[in-house]
Design a protein. Structure first.
Length: 246
């Protein structure tokens, strides 16, 4: 192939030299010499008009563990990919604490530029047994959220931070409810004044007045995972929010 290209260019140069004796020739060989391919006819005025099928879609990278995996199962997306309302949603599993922060940051670094990243801890990541545990747990959780924001910085991403997932009544205590409230306030602080950071109030959608998971949203009375009714309630809020970002 290289020999063919060289001979072709040599022929062009010899031709130019011959024509030059009689008064005219292009000064350069074509820049695409040696590159072959089918001729493509471009209709005038259509160069910048993409096909409808090629229109850009919003991508949302959804970070979580069992509850997030259950959300995709609710959508019938066992392969971790779901399309709805012009959005492609991709499930990415994150590690458990204490590795949650760097694990989430790795997925954020791999998110397509300009996409949405949804991050939330799992309900078991909120662990206070008493009021003395609250400060430490909140600091830990905020650190994970900050790791996500740091990884997203400068990449044109929109980050959605999910608040705490409530637990069933048998697993709920005043210390846990206060931790959920404190974490939500910290997320609002992180999002304050930033157009690229939003807070999704999972707790506000799913919790009963006492701060526990609504009984009709629980997988069972002793299981804080969500049922389809809970996911449907979250769907309404999530896709409404994603629709405002287009």
């Amino acid at each position: 192939m290289r020999r063919t290209v060289a001979v072709g260019i040599l022929g062009v140069l010899l031709a130019c030299a011959a024509v030059g004796l009689t008064g005219g020739c292009a000064s350069e060989a074509p820049r695409d010499a040696g590159i072959t391919g089918p001729d493509v006819a471009v209709e005038p005025g259509r160069e910048s008009e993409p096909d409808e099928d090629d229109a850009p879609r919003r991508t949302a990278v959804m970070l979580g563990r069992s509850v997030m995996a259950g959300w995709f199962e609710h959508w019938g997306a066992g392969d971790g990919e779901h399309e709805r309302d012009g959005v492609t949603l991709l499930y990415r599993e994150v590690a458990s604490p204490p590795d949650l922060g760097w694990s989430a940051a790795e997925h954020v670094a791999g998110a397509p530029r300009g996409s949405v990243v949804f991050f939330k801890p799992c309900f078991v990541d909120f662990w206070p047994a008493s009021a003395s545990d609250i400060d430490a747990n909140v600091r830990e959780l905020v650190g994970y959220a900050e790791a996500v924001l740091d990884a997203a910085d400068g990449r044109g991403l929109t980050v959605i931070l999910g608040t705490a997932l409530p637990r069933v009544s048998a697993e709920t205590s005043p210390a846990l409810v206060e931790t959920h409230r404190r974490y939500a306030r910290e997320l609002e602080r992180l999002a304050n004044g930033r157009d690229d950071v939003l807070v999704f109030d999972l707790n506000g959608v799913l919790a009963a007045p006492d701060g526990s998971l609504r009984a009709d949203f629980a997988a069972s009375p002793d299981d804080s995972h969500l049922n389809d009714a809970a996911y449907e309630a979250l769907d309404a809020r999530l896709f409404e929010l994603l629709g405002t970002l287009r």
